[in-house]
Design a protein around this ligand. Structure first.
Ligand SMILES: [Zn+2]
Length: 64
């Protein structure tokens, strides 16, 4: 059995499981991200705007 680790996309910061980002399809990712936010309404969210996020979902606050 393989333990699947959560990863954060280095391109759009989305948190996901699997081989590639479900949002932007980039494979560059980090499993040492810090913090997480859930964006519900990206168009009206100041936080989403600050983080340059334009879709709903879970995102890492900081990736490295
Ligand atoms: Zn992505």
């Amino acid at each position: 059995m393989v333990a699947v680790k959560e990863k954060s996309c280095l391109n759009c910061k989305a948190i996901y499981f699997g081989d590639k980002c479900p949002k932007c399809e980039e494979t560059a990712s980090s499993d040492s991200f810090k913090g997480r936010v859930y964006i519900f309404n990206a168009e009206k969210s100041e936080l989403a705007e600050n983080m340059k996020i334009n879709s709903e979902g879970e995102f890492a606050i900081r990736t490295k």
